[in-house]
Each structure stands twice: as structure tokens, then as C-alpha cells.
Design a protein around this ligand. Structure first.
Ligand code: HEC
Ligand code: HEC
Length: 478
């Protein structure tokens, strides 16, 4: 990998990732031609071979090309798992096993259409598409954060209700986000009003959550393309870190606990790259976000003081069946990223040059390559354009959460992939960006960059209005 290819972003020509679409298109026009030449080809045959346009809100829900019939069936079953509602035993209307405490009753309740979470602007609404990680000082088991003795390592804001009012089980606490305005002035005098979250916890049910408790607010992430991110070899990621040192950056991998293989592994998923692989990420989401146990996390999520929680009968043991986990895992690996758009638009081309000029591409690495990936051979040895390095960077005090997460320090965040970012609004209405959802658009997200990205941010802030708009148009085309 040469520095030049890694650190420059060119608005790209249709790559191999597009070829199937082009092929399908030319096949369609070929069929249309056939129809003209030979009226014997029936109209229905022609229509069947035309690819259906993807509805705007389904842009993040497409499978990678090349799945067999059987694999497509598995993909659809996995999608059903992603959408399936969970209920508390013995209520009807879903899978048994929700709670006793939880944040949402389905994956899709937070990852609407596989997209980002949305923040509420009104002050009185309990946040649930944003979750609050908690820990107390010190290192927990396996080098991770030390869970709070009464609340664990993540706050669940709801408790299950088994019908009668007196049976309503308490959530752990109510989580509200108050937005504090934070205006910044750019070099041409433009004032941009940023905002910063201030977390407010009310009605803590299991004792006070005092100032020594470290918290980290995390917005719901997009989930497509995870297979590609998992398939990059560790060697390639470490090579990127080394290469960044030559330009004065300090990208570092996180090393986290792999509970499945019982070892330390490179972290890839989550805002601080605190999850090593998709399979574990899913089990952790079931456990932490929905209160659903699995063969990996078999015990209900009830710290010792939560006696009502501990007394509840489980929906099953474990509540998530291994084959459902497997189907959802397959879906998650095979969920494709949307293709870039408008790559030959002059503004987008200008923006891609500015993206390189402002050194965005030093962290948001345009192109990566997967290694051998037996779990889904269709994505083995492929290049893909996610615009990330999967490394942690010190992003400065403005973005700091003050809470370490394995090897990720209190100011460190994983370079967020930028693919598909411009489709976020059409997918589910959310344009919220950054780890806590504070940025309401790409402009705000860039202006929050500090630390290792300060120079890059300042180059951007020094651009003319037209140049800033060009760069943003490029980011939104990815
Ligand atoms: C309460 C809302 C919520 C629910 C429910 C939820 N998630 Fe998430 N998800 C998140 C948040 C927040 C993150 C980021 C976590 C972090 O950084 O600590 C995330 C991260 C992820 C990621 C990592 C994406 C990346 O690029 O790193 C995947 C994959 C994922 N979730 C899948 C799932 C699946 C599958 C389910 C259902 C079993 C699920 N989630 C349920 C909120 C939720
Ligand atoms: C030093 C590495 C680095 C550089 C340089 C950098 N970024 Fe980032 N970028 C990050 C990290 C890390 C995050 C995640 C920060 C967070 O969530 O708090 C991020 C987040 C973003 C996001 C939000 C994505 C999302 O899904 O929330 C956008 C947009 C973005 N960067 C664009 C840019 C642009 C444009 C530039 C150049 C002007 C740039 N970045 C330069 C590391 C970098």
C-alpha cells in the first residue's frame, strides 16, 4: 500500500462493487433489444429480469451480491430476527425474553432501517436510541471498564410490565439529554451554532449515581458493511497505524476481550471499537440493550441489588436460540453498504480533492481490502470504500467522554466510516452524527474534530464557503 493511494480520495469510477448492477442493467437492455427483435419473448420475461429500484428507505438493507438461493433465504430470516419484537414471558406478540430491564424491544427499535439513532430536541423525553455506558474508576475483568456495582456497565431506562400496573418493574433510571449551545466562528466570519449534550439522570432506582461514576453517551450506529469491516486483516490495520505515524498521527488499534474465543482481540465495532467481532456485538446488544440472554451471556442482566429483576422468571434459558443468533449473524455480515452516488458531478469531484487537501483521508482511508473470509467468501479479497482506518484517535477535549474502554483512552474514538452517510436522512430521518449524536449535519461533525484531527478541521474551517460546501457534497456522495 503506498501512501499516495491510501491518503488521497478520488471521486471514484464504478468499481468492482458496482459491476453486478451494471451487468444487470446491460442484461436488461439486452433483453429489451431481444424483445424488439423477437416479439416471441413475452413482456413478463423482460420485466422479470429488470432489477427493481431500491426504495429510498431500504438503502441500508440490501444483501451483498452473489448470495445463493439458500443464503438469501438465511439473509431474509436474519432480517426477520433484526426486526422481531421481544416481549416479557408470558405475554403474547413476540419472542419471550425481553428485560427485566431494557432499552428497546427490538434491534430495529434503535437501528431503524439499519440506520442511525435520532436525538430528541425536546428536553422532557427519555432517550433510548442513545445509550449511556457507565463505569467506576479502575480496570474491570479482562482489562475492560469496571462496571458499577448497582447499575452494571450500561444504563437500562425501562423495566418490563407484565400487564398489571403494580407489576411494572422499574428501569434503572431515566436518561435525559439537555443540549447546550456552543457557537463557533469560522475564519470568514460565519458563525455556526454547535451544541453539546449534557446528560441528566433522574429517579435512579438503585442508589445515587455520583460524580465519580464515568459515563459515555453513545448514539445508535449504522450496521451495514460490518462483514467488510470484520474481514480486514489485523496486519493491514496495523500497517495503517504505522503509516500514520509518518504523517504525525497516532492511530492505534483497541485491544478488547473476545468472550467467544476467550482471548484478547483487536477491537473493531462500537464508537470506541470495544467489540472484536459481529457475533459478539450481537450477543452483547441482546444482553445490554434488550435484556435477552444467549449461550454467550447466559445470566440475566441484574446486578445484586436489583432484587425484583433477579426474581423474574426468564423467557427461556437461554432466551436467544443459537440458530436465531446464527441467522442474525449471517444477515449482519452480508448486509451491504450502499454504493456512492454522483461521482462524476463536478462539485463532488472538487470536494474529493478538498477532502484530500484537508487531510481527511489520512484517517478516513478511502479504500481497504478484505482478507480471506470463510464466514462469507463472497466478500473475501475485495476492495471496499468505507472511509475508515478502524483505528482510535485522540479527538481532543471537545469530544472527550472521559471514560476509558479497554485500550481506548478518555479522548479516543474509532474513525467513523463515512460510507452511506448522505443517505441517512432518506433511510430513517436521522442526520445525527458523532458518537453521541450531537452533530446535526456533516458541517457540525467536522467542526467538532480536535486533537489529532485539529489541523484537518482548521484547514476545513479556513476554506471558502464554496469550498466547504463542495467538500460536504463529496462526503454526502459516499
Ligand atoms: C438501545 C438501542 C440499541 C438496540 C436495541 C440495539 N443497538 Fe446496536 N448499537 C447501539 C449503539 C448505541 C451502538 C454503539 C455502541 C457503542 O459504541 O458502545 C450500537 C452498535 C451496533 C453495531 C456496531 C456497528 C459498528 O459499525 O461498529 C452493530 C453491528 C449493532 N449495534 C447491531 C445490533 C443488533 C444486531 C441488535 C439487536 C440484537 C442491536 N444492535 C440492538 C444501539 C442499539
Ligand atoms: C485524526 C483522524 C481524523 C481526521 C484527520 C478526520 N477525521 Fe473525521 N472522524 C474521526 C473520528 C475518530 C470520528 C468519530 C468521532 C466521534 O464520534 O466523536 C470522525 C467522525 C467524522 C464524521 C461523523 C461520522 C459519523 O457517522 O458520525 C464525519 C462526517 C467526518 N469525521 C468527516 C471528516 C472530514 C470531512 C475530515 C477532514 C476535514 C475529517 N473527518 C478528518 C477521525 C478523523
Amino acid at each position: 500500500m503506498s501512501n499516495r493511494t491510501e491518503f488521497t480520495a478520488v471521486a471514484h469510477n464504478p468499481s468492482s462493487r458496482h459491476r453486478p448492477a451494471l451487468l444487470a442493467l446491460s442484461l436488461a437492455s439486452f433483453c429489451a433489444l431481444l424483445a424488439l427483435l423477437a416479439p416471441a419473448v413475452s413482456q413478463s420475461q423482460v420485466t422479470r429480469s429488470t432489477p427493481k429500484p431500491i426504495p429510498p428507505n431500504e438503502a441500508y438493507m440490501q444483501p451483498v451480491p452473489g448470495l445463493s438461493h439458500g443464503e438469501l433465504r438465511k439473509f431474509r430470516n436474519g432480517e426477520k430476527q433484526f426486526k422481531a419484537p421481544w416481549v416479557v414471558f408470558p405475554l403474547l406478540g413476540g419472542e419471550w425474553g425481553l428485560g427485566p430491564t431494557f432499552l428497546a424491544n427490538s434491534c430495529v427499535g434503535c437501528h431503524v432501517q439499519a440506520g442511525r439513532g435520532r436525538t430528541f430536541d425536546e428536553p422532557g423525553v427519555i432517550a433510548f436510541q442513545q445509550l449511556l455506558r457507565l463505569s467506576i474508576p479502575g480496570e474491570g475483568p479482562d482489562g475492560g471498564p469496571m462496571p458499577h456495582p448497582n447499575y452494571g456497565d450500561q444504563l437500562q431506562v425501562f423495566g418490563v410490565n407484565v400487564g398489571l400496573k403494580e407489576n411494572l418493574k422499574p428501569g434503572e433510571a431515566e436518561l435525559y439529554i439537555d443540549w447546550v449551545p456552543f457557537p463557533v466562528t469560522l475564519s470568514d466570519g460565519t458563525v455556526v451554532e454547535l451544541r453539546k449534550p449534557s446528560v441528566r439522570l433522574e429517579k435512579p432506582n438503585f442508589g445515587p449515581i455520583d460524580a465519580t461514576v464515568m459515563t459515555s453517551l453513545r448514539n445508535t450506529q449504522v450496521v451495514f458493511g460490518a462483514g467488510y469491516l470484520e474481514a480486514v486483516t489485523e496486519e493491514d490495520i496495523l500497517a495503517l497505524a504505522k503509516m500514520q505515524q509518518t504523517v504525525g498521527l497516532n492511530g492505534r488499534p483497541n485491544y478488547v476481550r473476545d468472550d467467544i474465543n476467550k482471548r484478547t482481540a483487536l477491537g473493531r465495532f462500537g464508537w470506541k471499537a470495544n467489540q472484536p467481532n459481529v457475533k459478539q456485538q450481537i450477543a452483547a446488544a441482546f444482553h445490554g440493550d434488550m435484556g435477552v440472554t444467549s449461550s454467550l451471556y447466559i445470566e440475566e442482566n441484574c446486578p445484586p441489588v436489583q432484587t425484583l429483576c433477579r426474581a423474574m422468571p426468564p423467557g427461556n434459558k437461554p432466551e436467544l436460540l443459537d440458530y436465531s443468533w446464527d441467522e442474525l449473524h449471517f444477515w449482519q455480515l452480508a448486509l451491504d453498504a450502499p454504493a456512492p452516488r454522483n461521482q462524476d458531478n463536478p462539485q463532488v469531484i472538487r470536494g474529493s480533492q478538498l477532502f484530500t487537501q484537508a487531510r481527511c483521508a489520512q484517517c478516513h482511508i478511502p479504500e481497504l481490502r478484505t482478507g480471506e473470509f470463510p464466514a462469507l467468501p463472497q466478500i473475501s479479497k475485495k476492495t471496499f470504500r468505507a472511509y475508515t482506518d478502524l483505528l482510535l484517535h485522540d479527538m481532543g477535549p471537545g469530544l472527550a467522554d472521559g471514560r476509558p474502554d479497554f485500550k481506548a483512552g478518555p479522548r479516543d474514538w474509532r474513525t467513523a466510516p463515512l460510507w452511506g452517510i448522505g443517505l441517512s436522512a432518506q433511510v430513517n430521518g436521522s442526520t445525527n452524527l458523532l458518537h453521541d449524536g450531537r452533530a446535526r449535519n456533516v458541517l457540525e461533525a467536522i467542526l467538532w474534530h480536535g486533537g489529532e484531527a485539529q489541523a484537518s478541521r482548521d484547514l476545513f474551517a479556513g476554506f471558502s464557503k464554496q469550498e466547504r460546501e463542495d467538500l460536504i457534497a463529496f462526503v454526502n456522495s459516499l
